[in-house]
Design a protein around this ligand. Structure first.
Ligand SMILES: NC(=O)c1ccc[n+]([C@@H]2O[C@H](COP(=O)([O-])OP(=O)(O)OC[C@H]3O[C@@H](n4cnc5c(N)ncnc54)[C@H](OP(=O)(O)O)[C@@H]3O)[C@@H](O)[C@H]2O)c1
Length: 324
């Protein structure tokens, strides 16, 4: 078995390429061009899930993103060792008679079969990171930990992590694993960007109640440096730069006014878009976070690579860290 891949903040563009829309709203031809450019630029990590993107597929099921990646890997023999793949289990839609939650959940057999199916779609025999996509409060957590541990021990997953779970649940899983000599989750995948939402706001963007990086998350990884934070939707789907995509009202509070002023100032200084500044800020913050960037064109990919390959000058970073 090869060594675990370096983390997304360890060299190269300091980001993860999110391929959620590949094979559905992003055509296969565009996806191939983006993957080609990612590999050429020395990019490493890709993030997908077994359920991507069921909401954009007439079938109501996911798998298209993994399938496109599988066809690209097949078309590019030799590229696999350079590429690190992260995929997820737990959110594929299932009928309510199978699971009243409407998603597949994290029972042991689901986690293990999920990876077998993902590997088949991606034409590979291992993933570099396997995520629990959302928490499951019905399945005993020890069962989930044991399933991920079995996959890590067998080599089909190099490591595992939790997405959209409350921090206390992650810590409990890590404790269960630590006392029983099992594989501990070493990554968290949560929503995060430069603007922070008002606490307790509930709307469509809060579909995962604890799916957010907050100050406690940052403190947690400061004291547990073996745990990485990966941030999804870091560019708020283009809302920083596209007036036709207004910023969600959940971010409408005085703190955002200050942050947007700081962001606009730094963007003007650098001649960058505000979205680019957000990506650079995140990777250079006192507690660095790896952005998972979604793109649908080569121009968007280039912009992200530039932003995550160039550390911000210290005074600009600080003006963003302390915008008050
Ligand atoms: N764990 C989870 O629950 C979860 C949830 C969501 C996402 N994710 C992961 O996170 C990844 C990224 O999520 P996301 O796509 O929501 O993140 P995002 O990076 O905030 O949004 C990507 C979208 O922003 C627009 N964009 C990108 N670059 C731009 C630029 N330079 N200028 C203007 N607009 C730009 C594009 O929209 P257009 O394509 O419309 O141009 C692009 O599709 C996904 O691929 C997935 O891997 C995980």
């Amino acid at each position: 078995m090869s060594e675990a891949a370096p983390g997304p903040l360890d060299g190269g563009p300091r980001m993860v390429l999110g391929i959620m829309r590949f094979g559905t709203t992003t055509s296969e031809a565009t996806a191939f061009a983006l993957l080609d450019r990612w590999a050429e630029a020395g990019g490493r990590w890709l993030d997908t899930a077994n359920c991507y993107a069921y909401w954009s597929s007439p079938s109501g099921h996911g798998g298209q993103s993994e399938q496109v990646l599988g066809r690209w890997l097949e078309a590019n023999p030799g590229v696999r060792p350079q590429i690190a793949i992260a995929t997820k289990v737990g959110c594929e839609a299932v009928p309510p008679e199978k699971n009243p939650a409407g998603t597949e959940g994290l029972a042991g057999p689901v986690v293990k079969q999920g990876l077998r199916d993902s590997l088949e779609r991606m034409h590979t025999d291992y993933v570099d990171l396997y995520w629990a996509h959302r928490d499951d409060h019905v399945v005993p957590q020890g069962e989930t930990v044991a399933a991920f541990t079995e996959l890590v021990a067998g080599g089909s997953a190099r490591r595992w992590g939790y997405s959209n779970a409350a921090l206390w649940r992650v810590e409990r899983a890590r404790s269960i694993a630590a006392v029983s000599g099992q594989a501990t989750p070493t990554a968290l995948q949560l929503r995060y960007s430069y603007l922070q939402p008002r606490p307790f706001v509930r709307d469509h963007i809060h579909d995962h109640r604890f799916g957010w990086v907050d100050d406690q998350t940052l403190d947690y990884v400061d004291h547990n440096p073996e745990v990485e934070i990966w941030a999804y939707t870091p560019q708020m789907e283009g809302a920083y730069d596209r007036p036709e995509r207004p910023i969600n009202p959940a971010f409408d509070h005085p703190g955002s006014t200050k942050r947007l002023e700081a962001l606009t100032r730094v963007a003007a200084d650098l001649g960058w878009s505000r979205g680019q500044v957000v990506l650079a800020w995140m990777t250079g913050a006192p507690t660095p976070v790896a952005p998972i960037v979604g793109v649908s064109s080569l121009a968007q990919l280039e912009a992200a690579i530039t932003a995550t390959s160039t550390p911000l000058p210290a005074e600009l970073q600080q003006s963003l860290d302390q915008p008050w």
